[in-house]
Design a protein around this ligand. Structure first.
Ligand code: NAD
Length: 367
């Protein structure tokens, strides 16, 4: 079976779907791998490294037309749809939600398309969990952005020029990105606290050396799948008041709260920003899905009431080597799951296949 890896063409996308090491493992496993010339360059993976791993370097059209399965990070562009081999397969990190026209076009080319963000968060799917691997990168990078934007040290320093207290970092949302942000801020010596509506994360937060902020929540805020539920209006109002008080003490606030399939919840209102210390920094990882801070502007940094508010988009792409390495592991593991004896074996009873498969045999299965 031939696996093809085109160069990512989206603006500001530096990742590549397969790094040389992962490509070499596929070659050893009996796959033929075609990589577009220069596909890994922005992720520090030169063509020579792919060649040394047994990969064939090819031009873009050949990668698309000859591959049985194409591995990509970003969704296909309209210009590329015609390039895929009819009846082939595509494994991608995510497709734009609600883009029914794109799904229809992919189905018309009889492509079998898998979107890894739809992967169920079950134990046996963990090696394929690209949502987690990329959220790990985002959580780490968010703290580095905050550390660069703040005017203070993160660790406590005792120097001849005086004693400088450690920065106080507050992390809102302690899922995968939030936990990585906590761990990173702790490694930099900050005093860290965190809040999440899911009581289950309290121990995880504490095990990383952070304080879990407690707010009495009377409703059950977690789904059976382990995700957060949207809060009732009344509980959300209480949460906003609780967090408006909490952010006053913070030098840095990292927000990561998300509800799958919904707009991100607002956790910091404009009035709460006004109550923060001048020079504080908010890094809003939910900028792409509406923002956890009312004032966030996606893709840019603004200053309001003396507080810097960063709304970075596609943070994983800014750490392209390791983000690609992790994604390549996830995509390879997925390939290992769906390919048996050199052919795609699709058992739609298997939740890993059923939940991720967006189009198959000319039909749109998910939008
Ligand atoms: P996510 O990106 O959907 O959300 C991030 C965090 O925001 C979550 O912790 C959520 O509880 C929190 N949140 C939502 N609304 C909030 C609000 N109003 N106020 C404060 N916090 C709010 O979450 P994720 O990082 O993708 O992880 C979700 C779950 O999936 C977690 O339980 C995680 O442990 C689980 N998971 C399981 C596996 C597995 O294989 N079993 C793998 C990865 C993740």
């Amino acid at each position: 079976m031939r696996v093809g890896v085109p160069k990512e063409v989206a603006a500001n996308e530096r990742r590549v779907a397969l790094v040389p090491d992962a490509a070499g493992k596929l070659v050893k496993g009996g796959f033929e791998v075609l990589v577009e010339r220069g596909a890994g360059a922005a992720a520090f993976c030169p063509d020579e490294a792919y060649k040394a791993a047994g990969v064939t370097i090819a031009d873009r059209a050949a990668v698309f037309s000859q591959a049985d399965v194409v591995l990509q990070v970003q969704a296909p562009t309209p210009a590329d749809i015609g390039l895929y081999r009819e009846g082939g397969a595509l494994v991608v990190l995510s497709l734009p939600t609600g883009d029914a026209a794109l799904a229809r076009q992919l189905a018309q080319r009889k492509l079998t398309v898998f979107s890894l963000v739809l992967l169920p968060r079950i134990t046996r799917a963990q090696p394929m969990d690209a949502l987690s691997s990329q959220a790990t990168v985002a959580g780490y990078k968010a703290v580095l952005l905050a550390a660069t934007a703040t005017g203070r040290f993160l660790p406590m320093l005792v120097t001849a020029a005086g004693t400088l207290p450690a920065a106080r970092v507050l992390v809102l949302g302690a899922g995968v990105a939030g936990l990585q942000a906590i761990a990173t801020a702790r490694r930099l010596g900050a005093i860290v606290s965190a809040f999440d509506v899911r009581a289950a994360v309290k121990e995880q937060v504490q095990s990383l050396g952070a304080v879990f902020l407690e707010m009495a929540i009377e409703e059950h805020a977690e789904t059976a799948g382990g995700y957060a539920k949207e809060l009732s209006e009344e509980t959300h109002r209480k949460e906003l008041a609780f967090l408006a008080a909490a952010v006053k003490d913070a030098d840095i606030v990292i927000t990561t709260a998300a509800i799958p399939g919904k707009r991100a919840p607002v956790l910091i209102t404009a009035a709460a920003v006004q109550g923060m210390k001048p020079g504080s920094v908010i890094v809003d990882l939910a900028a792409e899905t509406g923002g956890n801070c009312e004032l966030t502007e996606p893709g840019t940094e603004i200053v309001r009431h003396g507080v810097a508010i960063l709304g970075p988009v596609n943070l994983p792409s800014t750490l392209p080597l390791h983000a690609s390495q992790m994604y390549a592991k996830n995509a390879s593991a997925f390939l290992g799951h769906v390919v048996q004896d050199g052919r795609l074996r699709l058992d739609f009873e298997d939740p890993i296949i059923r939940d991720t498969c967006v189009t198959h045999a000319g039909e749109v299965r998910k939008t």
